[in-house]
Design a protein around this ligand. Structure first.
Ligand SMILES: Cc1cc2nc3c(=O)[nH]c(=O)nc-3n(C[C@H](O)[C@H](O)[C@H](O)COP(=O)(O)OP(=O)(O)OC[C@H]3O[C@@H](n4cnc5c(N)ncnc54)[C@H](O)[C@@H]3O)c2cc1C
Length: 575
């Protein structure tokens, strides 16, 4: 059996930042990072627009309180305000720390870190490295993992969280190269497994964003929080869905419909294209529904709107958002210096996740904690984003709460012994699970079932939702679940069997999708990203609370947890 003081699942920004913190705090601890991709290929590497922090390099009127207010208002008042206070107060410090680690941020002429405007932020506070910010940060963090002697298990797939008597004791994983199974025991387990964009058929997320950490936590009997809040990013490139960063609008691009009108005037007159994402995505969807979308031949009534950069000029486009220009050029043949880019909303981010307290320890119930289990980053719900995340607050959450959770763990493991784990039993169960998938006679291919599932979630639980739609979605999902029991694998070997990974990921997607749909059906109000056509208003009397969903194959039980309100009383949300 493999043993470590700490095992962290996930090598993105949150997992890497936590590992660095643990190793820095106590170099004697043995720390492992496990990732099904190479850490450098974690979705964090794709982050484009930037990371928010009130450095005041461009706008000296900015304050952490203003950042906190923007975040809470953006969250439609569902964020826990103690967690938001930590996020925004610690932001300048973590960004300077990244700079000291060697992250190459873009600069002002006087050498200080440059900052740009972003949706929902009232000041120019988003620090960036052109439009490749995640790339710049993750590369430095992963270099630092090596520098601090963190053990990296890359391309190992974690299948199970070992949880006994309310205590996390380790994980079960297998090496993708040859399907070798290992049981790992540790004094502390941390999940930093990222989001679940692949639950839907159009997403900005990478292929690995399948919500495995969420599903493993739910299947172990622990709750997931606020899963109904799915962020749709307004500007996914049509038709592929990859992201055209909000930085493009931050630098001045317009959204226009088939009449050539800057339609955001009618939805958010004071913020225009820089309204928060939930509002902008709904605005685009409404324009398309009203027949003011555009067809590929330029005529009205089509499935997308235009993102127009032309007035920005070639020099600004190529220096500030070169990657977005390249994406549009490479993927759909549009030269954004001379032509507008076709865009529509794409699934982007998970506001909900594994519930934690402000030190990253996982909650077992509205008021209980799990021993030995921690989470941070997109997979966690601490909750700083509530019902809608502001752009550039997620990278920030990863490093603030990655660092904080790392510090907590470094102290937590000092007084703990390695837990007892029945290695034989966990190894055998994992072996049986893999073998059963390989041997399954089945009649459906994985891709076929996954596509049906993704189409179902997109159609029945998209930007606009209603009771009848979601009921139909749940019924369809039951059928798809049955089909998923009857998949077969073409590849029966154990060497680099990518179908095996996909089969396990499909199981994760199904669990996560059912929790999203059930939470969404029960939240009979509209708040942030969750827009109900049958309940169009926010209902603070009944729903100013966090959903806690407990999964079992027989069904999902919902409980609730109060929102922490310390700084700002809920108000009507207008932009
Ligand atoms: C295209 C794009 C652009 C973005 N731009 C920005 C931006 O400009 N600013 C901003 O603030 N946010 C942005 N975001 C959001 C932000 O990038 C993510 O929320 C954040 O990077 C998530 O980091 P993470 O560490 O939580 O997880 P990830 O970076 O997603 O890492 C997850 C890790 O978990 C591992 N893993 C998962 N499941 C398993 C398993 N079963 N076994 C083993 N390992 C597993 C993966 O291999 C990976 O290493 C963007 C997101 C996207 C998709």
């Amino acid at each position: 059996m493999i043993e470590h003081d700490v095992v962290i699942v996930g090598g993105g920004l949150a997992g890497s930042r936590a590992a660095v913190e643990i190793a820095r705090t106590d170099p004697r601890l043995s720390v492992a990072v496990v990732a099904k991709t190479h850490p450098i290929r974690s979705h964090s590497v794709a982050a484009q627009g930037g990371i928010a922090a009130t450095l005041k390099n461009v706008d000296d009127q900015d304050t952490w309180e203003a950042h906190a207010f923007d975040t809470v208002k953006g969250s439609d008042y569902l964020a826990d305000q103690d967690a938001v206070e930590i996020l925004t107060r610690e932001a300048p410090d973590v960004v300077i720390d990244l700079e000291h680690m060697g992250v190459l941020f873009s600069r002002l002429p006087d050498g200080r870190i440059a900052q740009r405007a972003f949706g929902g932020h009232s000041h120019k506070r988003t620090c960036y490295a052109a439009d490749k910010t995640g790339h710049a940060i993750l590369h430095e963090l992963v270099n630092n993992l090596r520098r601090y002697g963190v053990e990296i298990y890359d391309e190992w797939y974690v299948m199970r969280l070992i949880l006994e008597d309310g205590q996390a004791k380790g994980i079960v994983m297998y090496r993708i190269r040859d399907a070798r199974i290992e049981v790992v025991r540790a004094k502390a387990v941390m999940f930093a497994t990222g989001g679940y964009g692949r639950v839907f058929n159009t997403t900005s997320n990478d292929y690995a964003s399948t919500g495995d950490g969420l599903a493993m936590t739910a299947v172990a009997g622990l709750p997931l929080e606020d899963m109904e809040f799915v962020q749709f990013h307004p500007t996914g490139l049509y038709p592929v869905g990859v992201l055209i960063s909000e930085a493009v609008r931050g630098e001045g691009a317009y959204l226009i419909n088939s009449d050539g009108e800057r339609f955001m005037e009618r939805y958010a007159p004071s913020r225009m294209e820089l309204a928060p994402r939930d509002i902008t995505s709904r605005a685009i969807s409404r324009e398309i529904r009203a027949g003011r979308g555009i067809h590929p031949d330029g005529s009205a009534g089509g499935p997308f709107v235009y993102l127009d950069l032309r007035h920005m000029g070639q020099e600004k486009i190529m220096s500030r958002v070169p990657f977005c220009w390249e994406e549009a050029h490479r993927l759909v043949g549009v030269d954004a210096v001379h032509q507008p880019i076709p865009v529509r909303p794409t699934v982007h981010y998970s506001m909900g996740g594994i519930p934690t307290n402000i030190d990253g320890q996982v909650r077992s119930s509205p008021d209980g904690l799990v021993e030995g289990f921690f989470a941070a980053g997109e997979t966690a719900c601490v909750s700083v984003h509530g019902a809608n995340r502001l752009g550039s607050n997620s990278l920030l959450e990863c490093v603030v709460y990655g660092r904080r959770t790392g510090a907590t763990i470094a102290e937590y493991v000092q007084k703990r012994r390695l837990p007892e784990v029945d290695e034989q039993r966990y190894r055998q169960e994992a072996e049986q699970q893999l073998q059963a998938l390989l041997d399954q006679p089945g009649q459906y291919r994985i891709a076929q079932v996954r596509q049906a599932f993704q189409d179902c979630m997109t159609e029945y639980c998209g930007v606009f939702r209603s009771e009848s739609l979601m009921q139909q979605g749940l019924e369809k999902l039951q059928m798809i679940r049955q089909q998923a029991q009857q998949i077969y694998l073409d590849d029966k070997e154990r060497l680099w069997n990518s179908e095996l990974v996909e089969a396990l990921e499909l199981q994760s997607l199904l669990v996560v999708g059912e929790i999203i749909l059930t939470g969404a059906l029960n939240r009979q109000e509209s708040r942030g990203a969750h827009a109900r056509e049958d309940f169009p208003d926010r209902d603070d009397v009944h729903f100013l609370k966090h959903t806690m969903a407990y999964y079992s194959p027989a069904g999902i039980e919902l409980r609730y947890r109060p929102v922490t309100i310390t700084l700002f009383q809920p108000q009507e949300r207008k932009y």
